[in-house]
Ligand binder design. Structure first.
Ligand code: MG
Ligand code: ZN
Length: 222
């Protein structure tokens, strides 16, 4: 057996064990954990800023912001009103793994927390292979990207529960087709729930807030 493949398998098994433990811990506290994934610049941090501004009074939200080099995103989330924000600087690694999340979770007081957002590193490839103990992955794509991205990165779209199409305010300046991206995404994953919005203008965000509240209610009833 190829030694490299063997090592990779072991790393992923260890990751899955830690992720399962995280999932158990969050389930006991009835916390909805969302792993936010996208290419760089699709608007993950902007979406979280908007969500904090709109929902901070209604939901108890904790956030983990992963980044390769800076703590800029965590700073933005703090400025947006985040009560509990922690950053993970991966120092070059292009994805978060369960061990990184596990360590930083120890610094968060989970009492009363209803939603935990984990902003992953901007990358549609390997974050799909690393379970972080989340309930769901939410994948973002913006209208300044190609609408064939679901076909190029099928693993990520297969493993995601929701697709957010962001920057719809820029549609008139691009060849991006919302219908086409939805079709491409659903050809990979028929169960994907989709949202269209502009985090810049605030258009289309209400259904996302409703979805979040519904997930929290579901979790509490479980
Ligand atoms: Mg960001
Ligand atoms: Zn990676």
């Amino acid at each position: 057996m190829n030694e490299k493949i063997e090592i990779k398998k072991k790393v992923l098994t260890k990751n899955d064990e830690i992720a399962a433990e995280i999932r158990r811990r969050l389930a006991v506290k009835k916390i909805v954990a969302l792993n936010m994934v996208s290419s760089p610049g699709s608007g993950k941090t902007s979406l979280l800023e908007k969500t904090l501004a709109a929902m901070n009074d209604r939901l108890n939200i904790a956030l983990i912001a992963g980044d390769v080099q800076t703590e800029n995103d965590a700073q933005r989330l703090l400025r947006a009103g985040g009560r509990q924000v922690r950053s993970i600087v991966t120092g070059g690694a292009c994805h978060l793994d369960a061990n990184m999340v596990d360590k930083v979770l120890e610094e968060i007081d989970l009492t009363g927390v209803e939603v935990l957002f984990i902003e992953n590193v901007g990358n549609l490839v390997c974050p799909s292979g690393f379970d972080l103990g989340e309930d769901k992955k939410v994948v973002l794509i913006s209208t300044t990207e190609g609408d064939d991205k679901p076909l190029k990165y099928p693993s990520m779209f297969r493993r995601s529960s929701a697709l957010i199409i962001n920057k719809i305010d820029l549609l008139e300046y691009s060849d991006f087709s919302v219908d086409r991206v939805r079709e491409n995404a659903r050809s990979i994953n028929a169960d994907l729930e989709t949202f269209e919005m502009s985090c810049r203008t605030g258009a289309g965000l209400d259904p996302w807030y409703d979805w979040l509240e519904a997930k929290v209610a579901e979790k509490k009833g479980s």
